[in-house]
Design a protein around this ligand. Structure first.
Ligand code: SF4
Ligand code: FES
Length: 389
């Protein structure tokens, strides 16, 4: 559901502007594949997933990763989809290590992950982030649409820490698991994770389609924030807990991706380079592809990266706001999704004229009976899978 606005024609191209100064990126999200055994209803990947046949080959990824190192990038997030679906993941990880890049594997812990983790550690993998969909098998398997998935994740997490690799647990929180936040914190400690991300769902991509099923009620959100704050004190020196609060109930938006084109870039499985993972939801942006352009050229000169860089593109209230270089106007993709105008102030911001309507929308969705999840799938009808099947 989009909130009606009169600001600009929906889908209009960003206003032409002078190119702002460009710093250096510090991180790259390498989305190696969109293939994934899980079906999470909050998936932030695009609605149209890219198919295996169109994915970049090993040589191209190696060239891109070398270009990333030459650009001064420090961190590579090997992600997906499920990155262990790529048989060349060990080779790519070894290549990153040889280039001096710090590698973080972002994985579901399901499928080939268990069989591959030893070789990945030997190849020089630095860090693992595993997702949990809940604190129990009942919740986790239902949300991920994968029977046996939760147990497989716990086993995988144990393998990671037994190998001496640092582990982060990522839990995307929503109406279906918000009652388990405390148990998720306890589970992260039991798994010997060093860091836990309690990340309330961001409503882009597939999550936007499932928003009515996922939107938590305000009192439950407040309770989850209080639980995290108490746990941070209790677990100081044991577990670091990061928290992302739900935008729809926020006072100010987050600086999405650290600001558009400021710190990171995403490379999709087929090689398009995006300023953030949902950027393709904004019409009329021109994305360059690593098949035709060097990464440094994309970073400096790609029209998509320059569209919302800096502050010159902003209109009021952002243009004259004292926070404009703190949050960079919030999330462009959220402004697009909710207002049909990617250059509008993120309506998560209390200064947006549409903020009250966003909050009212969240409250009314959270008060209604939730619809069933729409599970995602690459082609074909959605099904529930089983570990080992
Ligand atoms: Fe951020 Fe714009 Fe809101 Fe100011 S008005 S706090 S810059 S989103
Ligand atoms: Fe694209 Fe926030 S997800 S700017």
């Amino acid at each position: 559901m989009t909130i009606e606005t009169v600001q600009r024609e929906p889908g209009a191209a960003p206003r032409p502007q002078e190119a702002p100064p460009v710093g250096l990126p510090i991180g790259i999200l390498a989305e190696l594949t969109h293939r994934c055994p899980l079906r999470c209803p909050y998936c932030s990947n695009p609605l149209e997933l890219e198919r295996r046949e169109a994915e970049l080959d090993t040589a191209t990824w190696k060239r891109v990763l070398s270009e990333a190192a030459a650009l001064g990038i420090l961190h590579v997030h090997l992600s997906g989809g499920e990155p262990t679906a790529r048989p060349d993941l060990v080779e790519l990880t070894a290549h990153c290590a040889a280039e001096g890049l710090y590698t973080n594997l972002i994985t579901s812990g399901i499928g080939r992950a268990s069989g591959m983790i030893g070789a990945l550690a030997d190849a020089g993998l630095d860090h693992v982030q595993v997702s949990l969909q809940g604190a129990t098998a009942e919740t986790g398997d239902h949300i991920g649409g994968y029977k046996g998935g939760h147990a497989a994740k716990l086993e995988f997490a144990k393998q990671v820490t037994d190998l001496g690799l640092p582990l982060t647990v990522n839990a995307v929180i929503h109406r279906g698991n918000i009652h388990e936040v405390e148990a998720i914190i306890d589970l992260a400690v039991a798994l010997k994770a060093r860091r836990l991300e309690v990340a309330h769902t961001q409503y882009y991509g597939w999550a936007y389609a499932n928003r009515a099923a996922l939107m938590p009620a305000r009192p439950d959100v407040d309770r989850s924030v209080a639980l995290v704050e108490a746990a941070r004190k209790r677990l100081e020196g044991v577990l670091v807990i990061d928290m992302v609060i739900p935008d729809y109930y926020a006072r100010y938006p987050k600086p999405c991706s650290g600001g558009w084109g400021r710190r990171t870039l995403n490379v999709t499985p087929t090689g398009r380079v995006l300023p953030c993972h949902a950027a393709e939801s904004i019409p009329n942006l021109e994305f360059w592809n690593v098949r035709e352009h060097a990464l440094g050229d994309v970073w400096r000169s790609s029209p998509a990266f320059n569209a919302f860089r800096g502050t010159a593109w902003m209109s009021e209230p952002c243009r004259s706001c004292e926070r404009r270089e703190m949050d960079f106007g919030g999330c462009r993709c959220q402004a697009m999704a909710l207002l049909g105008d990617a250059s509008a102030t993120d309506p998560a911001c209390a200064k947006s004229p549409f903020h009250a309507r966003v909050e009212a929308l969240a409250n009314s969705e959270a008060a209604a009976v939730p619809p069933d999840y729409i599970y995602r799938t690459i082609g074909g009808a959605p099904t529930v899978r089983t570990e080992g099947a």
